[in-house]
Write a protein that binds this ligand. Sequence first.
Ligand code: G6P
Length: 607
Amino acid sequence: MCGIIGIIGKEPATPRLIEALKRLEYRGYDSAGVATLVDGHIERRRAAGKIVNLEKEIIDAPLAGNTGIGHTRWATHGAPTERNAHPHATARVAVVHNGIIENFRTLREELISQGYVFDSETDTEVITQLISHYLDKGETPREAVIKALARVRGAFAIACLFTGKEDLMIGARQGSPLVVGLGDGEIFLGSDAIAVAPFTNRIIYLEEGDLVEFSAKTYNIYDKDRKEIFRPVAIVSASAAAVEKGNYRHFMQKEIHEEPDAAARTIGHYLDPLDEKVSLPNCGINFAEIDQILIVGCGTAYLSGRVAEYWFEQLSGISCETDIASEFRYRRPVVAGRAAAIFISQSGETADTLEALRLCKKNGWKTLGVVNVATSSIAREADAVLETLAGPEIGVASTKAFVAQLSALAATAIAAGVAKGTIDAEREKDLARQLMETPRLIREALEMENAIEETANDISHAKSILYIGRGVSYPIALEAALKLKEISYIHAEGYAAGELKHGPIALIDEYTPVIAVAPYDELMEKTISNVQEIAARGGPITLLSDAKGIEEAADAVKHSVRAPECEPFQAPFVYSPLIHMLAYHVAVAKGTDVDQPRNLAKSVTVE
Ligand code: G6P
């Protein structure tokens, strides 16, 4: 995923383009660039690496002009070099693009055979050259863009700047988000509201297939059939656009500390605290009529689904299956009876999850999106939506969004149980009370940060780390391993504790730390046996458990971190902040780029 920005403004564009790109940097950060019109000519500055490199470039060679576009890239086609950095330009047009053009090879060959010369290895450049081609033929900029886009297949959001046209910009979206920001005598284009937040809070969310043509003061939007269309203006709240680190060292640390609020807001949205009942206003699914639940997502979102799978089966008795979106969409899933499919996504834009949703709709299965961005594609296309109220998440490694997903899914699982009649009014109240307690328990877990940091410093030299857990703690172990590897670059695996002896125990030695996620519950004794097996083979163990659990296993473990006591239903909430903090502090100890780990992007809008 890349970030794009466009400005027709009253003041120099470059500093504002850079400011917006910094707010978009979470979307991709392997190269960046800007282009403005200087005396009607397209001028560019581009740099490999992060935006600071581009800033240095601009200090050496300043860039004037009030009209400009900018881009921060997550490479798909072509290495992250300066040459492949956007904007891509010809003498007539400059383009920034987020997405993938699938038929770029054919188009590129066709254009080369007509004498067009390509400058980069990117798929984006075919859009630039195609637009140029139609401009060469005498088309207006709008017609040239429309004709070019009609020839490309794939997902995109673009912004285009035209030679000699200071008061014109064109944007279009198909498969990737794009917003228009309405300022006072200036108009902006951005990948999201966060990008344009410093300039305006009046936002138009473009719909799938839309094209916008604008000047500093006027704009026209055309739908996918190129008919002029009205799109409403939304006022974006300051909090929705807030991307400040505050007193925290990293966004990730701040966001971990926001986990109690993310849970409280989301739970508060789906529970009636007075009646102690669940109420899912927009759920749109009658679980009484459902025989099978499918849960689909990618990365951390998928893992919140793995936790929810236990809840749905235990609380409602409905058969539930969770899959990774990129596998689900190609494996021809078979369902027995009436199915409901739940799509979990922080961004609501992940390409594989979105395609899996479209597949389920085609099959006639009820679809429910659990998303953190209410205006996203998944939110728009699902039959019904449950919003997770985590607020904007900037750290590439997802933390508070995971906890908010657990919150919405826990409430949904209770609702499913109530609908199926497997939960009576008393049990519903009990579970609702348990959910309402979780923000406090998360807060208590966060108080263990010092103990976590100590363990983190100790294990940060390891080459490989294993996490184990049973029951709902197994997907938490998976999430722990994912989080650790993505930000600390230490190889890590999550394993079902009982499965350890069927292979991974061969890895155990004094240099391979094992972290056991083991709340004191009905499975604790069995996990303790696994812990003993590891200890007997010299493996250094860190136990994440409550006071009772720690007492039971004290002799076998090197470190223990005491979590607050909780009910089994609450455990995923309580242990999430612990494993998130552990990954965070290991990464800090290793000195990695916590908020923008190498090779990753916040949301992946390509297959
Ligand atoms: C990327 C991110 C992960 C995230 C996953 C799914 O890989 O780096 O943190 O969990 O995408 O993203 P989504 O927006 O669909 O939750």
